[in-house]
Design a binder for this molecule. Structure first.
Ligand code: ADP
Length: 162
């Protein structure tokens, strides 16, 4: 069985992430979306909130599971016996950082963990969680970027009702 893990902060999940998850779910037998709880960034949403929003968004994909993890990704992979990591690439600006992380994970795992990159679908190439949060914080329209219930949760966080 081909199992892959898609790790990230998902603060919050966007249509860009969901597009990657859906495409990965068609390539692998099982995809685990692993939400990081030790990100260097201070997240807007709690780990539970982020996990819940993704679970609700992928409820129609029956080979996708949403979990959380802390510590090194390669330790999580070892524990779960996973050898494939999925990451999304939006632009050349993502590439340098992603390449470094992928090579680090390969090296640290003694070649047990490889990274598969999926390139963004063009209509989502501008999308990032940070941009979505910034627009929402000014009560801007984020409905093209995230599922409706994620948009509602974001507006509530910033004290807006929509
Ligand atoms: P990080 O893991 O750096 O905190 P995110 O949680 O925002 O990043 O994203 C997780 C993964 O999803 C990363 O590989 C990122 O490049 C990818 N990603 C984010 N937004 C998009 C998008 N719009 N299209 C494709 N991939 C994306």
């Amino acid at each position: 069985m081909k199992v892959a893990v898609y790790p990230g902060s998902f603060d919050p999940v966007t249509y860009g992430h969901l597009d990657i998850i859906k495409r990965a779910s068609q390539m692998f037998d099982k995809v685990i979306v692993a939400v990081m709880c030790n990100s260097a960034k201070t997240p807007l949403f709690t780990l539970d909130e982020r996990v819940k929003m993704i679970r609700e968004s992928v409820s129609d994909l029956n080979n996708v599971y949403v979990e959380s993890f802390s510590g090194l990704l390669i330790d999580y992979c070892k524990k779960e016996n996973i050898h494939i990591v999925i990451r999304g690439l939006r632009a050349i600006t993502d590439f340098e950082y992603e390449l470094q992380i992928a090579q680090t994970n390969k090296e640290l795992s003694h070649n047990e963990v490889d990274t598969v990159f999926l390139t963004t679908s063009l209509q989502y190439s501008y999308l990032s969680s940070s941009v979505v949060k910034e627009v929402a914080s000014y009560n801007g329209d984020i409905t093209p970027c995230v599922p409706d219930f994620v948009a509602d949760t974001l507006y509530k966080k910033y004290g807006f009702r929509k």
